[in-house]
Every structure is written in C-alpha cells, then in structure tokens.
Design a protein around this ligand. Structure first.
Ligand SMILES: *[C@@H]1O[C@H](CO)[C@@H](O)[C@H](O)[C@H]1NC(C)=O
Ligand SMILES: *[C@@H]1O[C@H](CO)[C@@H](O)[C@H](O)[C@H]1NC(C)=O
Ligand SMILES: *[C@@H]1O[C@H](CO)[C@@H](O)[C@H](O)[C@H]1NC(C)=O
Ligand SMILES: *[C@@H]1O[C@H](CO)[C@@H](O)[C@H](O)[C@H]1NC(C)=O
Ligand SMILES: *[C@@H]1O[C@H](CO)[C@@H](O)[C@H](O)[C@H]1NC(C)=O
Ligand SMILES: *[C@@H]1O[C@H](CO)[C@@H](O)[C@H](O)[C@H]1NC(C)=O
Length: 321
C-alpha cells in the first residue's frame, strides 16, 4: 500500500515534469477521460468518466471529493453533486502488467460569478470639466477564477477598454479595473459601464457576464462658436444668431456702437438694426466665446437703383431751379 502511494507520487511528479518539457506522457497511459477537462460552477454538479480497454489489476479515482475506490471495472466515474472545494485535482489511476501504474489528471476549473460589479468615479463627484482627466473604477467582488476574468469598459455601446488578470489563485477574489478618461464636449451625457466576463473556453455556452449599473457623466464646457465672424445683408431680413452650445447654458450680451443698451438675448433681428458691427459675447462659468456680425446694407440692387434714380431726380430738380 505504502509502495503504491510512493509510486503514485513519483508518477505524479514525473508526469508534471514531462508536461513541463512538452512531452505527451498521458498518451502512453491506457486511460481515457471523458470529458478531458471540466468547467463547473462553484456548488454545481460535475462528473467525468475514466475508461480503459486493457486488462488491468485495478483502477480508481483519487480526489478530495468524489474519490472512487480501486475496482476491476473498465469504466469508472468521478462524480460530485455539489462541488465546494476550490482547489481540487482529481486523477484516474490504473495498475496493469506486473508493475506498471499510471495516472491521468482531470483539469477542473471552478468558477463563481461576482457578487457585485460596480462603477464609480475616483475622488470626484459632480460635473466634469472638458479637457481634464478623470479616473473611473470598476469593482468586481468575489469572483473566481481571476485568471479567466475580463473587465470590459463601454462608452455607450462601444467597447473602449479591456483588462485581464494574471493571478493564478483559484479562490474568489475582489478585482478592480480603472479607466482614465479626458472627456470633451461631445461626451456630455455619455454613459459608461463596465462588465465582468468569465472567459471559460469550452465551459458554459456563453461566458457568464455581469454588468455594472450605468454611470452618466455630465461635462462642463465653455461656449465656442463654429465661426467667429459672419457678414449679413440687412435686406436679407435674417437674425443675428449667437446661439451656441455650452454647459452650463451661456448668457449673452451684445455690444455695438449702434445699440444704446446691452441686449442679452441670443438673437437679434437684422431688420430692426442699422448697419454696423455687432459683437456678441456668450459667457458661462468656464469662459466666453465671442462672435462678430457685420451687418451691411449694400449689395441690394433695387435699393441701389432706387437711390440712383432718386439722386438723378434730385440733380435734375436742382438744375431746373
Ligand atoms: C473509452 O470509451 C470510449 C467510448 O466508449 C472508447 O471510444 C475509447 O476507446 C475508450 N478508451 C479506452 C482507452 O479504452
Ligand atoms: C483620493 O483622495 C484620497 C484622500 O483625499 C487620497 O489619499 C488618494 O490618493 C486620492 N486618490 C487618487 C487616485 O487621487
Ligand atoms: C472583497 O470585498 C468585500 C467588501 O469590501 C469584503 O467583505 C471581502 O472580504 C473581500 N474579499 C476578499 C477575498 O478580499
Ligand atoms: C482560463 O484562463 C487561462 C489563462 O488565460 C486559460 O489558459 C484557460 O484555458 C482558461 N480556462 C478555461 C476553462 O477556459
Ligand atoms: C440659431 O443657431 C442655433 C445654433 O447654430 C440653431 O440651433 C438655431 O436653430 C438657430 N436659430 C435660428 C432661428 O436660426
Ligand atoms: C465677454 O464676457 C467675459 C466675461 O464676462 C469678459 O471677460 C470679456 O471681456 C467679454 N468680452 C467682450 C468683448 O466684452
């Protein structure tokens, strides 16, 4: 019995050594596992068959849960109805010929979906300022195995970043992922979220995922006009439109030699104004943007002809007198 034990330990060591050097030690062992590896949810049920087609003196499953004593059968099943051991390494062994013994290890991945996935802003609350850098954090609580965890970051529907973890620990851990952002005005109202995903390969059909709630960001930005100068003909009867997007909403002030008072509406109707230069100043807490409107009364043909005819008439009447 003691000899068997040492034989097994020796074989375990040799098989690990061989697998490190890339040799296929398992191929020579006349045992077949089905499936060859298992992925099981913590607390879930699991089973795997071990069979052989050769005559043997006994085979069995060694495992901290669900061990199968040595038997003369040619197919034995390792089965656990509620797997609650994080670090389990079941192996099937066989004794054959006079002195031959070998084992095949069943790789087991035990996973646990996180208790919670939450998103937050690091050391900041309230609106963000355009162009500044902020840090978002995703906290994934009580997940296993960390090695198979991916944290995906989304802005709206777009995947913007991913982090993976190299820890080889098998028991549940807390993991955080951070994302640095430098929002601009287009990001005002953007929704960020993170998502914990367990990439378990040939495990469950779709990788278990757990999303965080959504984090809405508000971005403060100053008024910036798309063009800073605009020429408008008075006769077009348009509006001088100074409206500009900004957060917080801007206030407006118009300055012109043609105006007696400052006007604080975003728009002026050109028909009520005399020609000249009008400067609009849109201001919010972050800064201001100016836009110059040049209101001209020239370039209108009917007016030009009217003036010409009228002045000729004037000249003629002067000559007559
Ligand atoms: C184990 O069983 C399967 C299916 O019955 C069979 O195809 C395979 O050859 C067997 N493996 C061994 C080593 O006997
Ligand atoms: C957050 O604030 C705390 C206390 O104010 C400080 O100790 C910590 O370094 C800050 N962390 C970052 C990432 O700025
Ligand atoms: C994970 O975080 C929770 C809450 O902060 C804590 O109760 C738990 O002990 C942590 N788990 C580990 C493995 O550190
Ligand atoms: C878990 O991740 C490791 C490292 O990326 C990978 O080798 C392994 O195949 C994964 N496990 C499963 C069950 O897919
Ligand atoms: C004024 O300009 C803003 C921004 O360009 C635009 O959304 C709005 O429709 C304009 N208003 C008028 C009356 O033209
Ligand atoms: C526009 O308003 C800002 C803030 O009130 C002020 O600093 C700036 O001088 C103003 N610009 C003009 C042309 O009046």
């Amino acid at each position: 019995m003691l000899q068997h034990y040492f034989g097994l330990v020796y074989l375990l060591a040799v098989s690990q050594l061989l697998s490190f050097t890339g040799s296929h030690a398992d191929d020579e062992c006349p045992l077949q596992l089905n499936p060859q590896r298992v992925v099981v949810k913590y607390g879930g049920s699991v089973s795997a068959d071990c069979n052989t087609s050769i005559q043997h003196k006994g085979m069995g499953w060694e495992a901290s849960e669900g061990a199968v004593p040595m038997s003369k059968d040619s197919l034995i099943t390792w089965r656990v109805s509620e797997l609650t051991e994080w670090d389990i390494t079941p192996y099937c062994y066989i004794n054959y010929n006079t002195d031959d013994q070998c084992i095949v290890t069943l790789p087991v991945t035990i996973y646990k979906t996180p208790d919670s996935v939450s998103i937050s802003t690091v050391n900041h609350s309230g609106p963000m300022i355009e162009g500044n850098q902020y840090e978002l954090q995703c906290d994934v609580l009580n997940v296993a195995p960390a090695q198979n965890l991916t944290v995906n970051w989304y802005k709206g529907q777009t995947l913007v970043d991913q982090s993976i973890f190299t820890d080889t620990i098998k028991t549940p851990v807390n993991k955080t992922s951070n994302l640095l952002i430098r929002p601009d005005r287009a990001d005002d109202g953007a929704q960020y979220k993170c998502e914990a995903k367990l990439e378990l390969g040939e495990g469950p059909q779709t990788p278990p995922t757990a999303p965080s709630e959504k984090l809405n960001i508000e971005v403060y930005y100053k008024p910036k006009h798309s063009s800073s100068i605009e020429t408008i003909s008075k006769t077009n009867d348009l509006t001088l439109n100074c409206t500009v997007k900004a957060n917080p909403a801007p206030t407006y002030s118009w300055i012109s030699d043609q105006l007696k008072n400052t006007i604080s509406t975003p728009m002026l109707s050109s028909s009520k104004l005399s020609s000249g230069t009008y400067t609009c100043n849109a201001t919010n807490s972050l800064g201001h943007g100016e836009k110059v409107f040049i209101l001209t009364s020239t370039g209108s043909r009917p007016t030009f002809w009217t003036v010409l005819i009228f002045s000729q008439f004037l000249v003629a009447s002067i000559m007559v007198t």
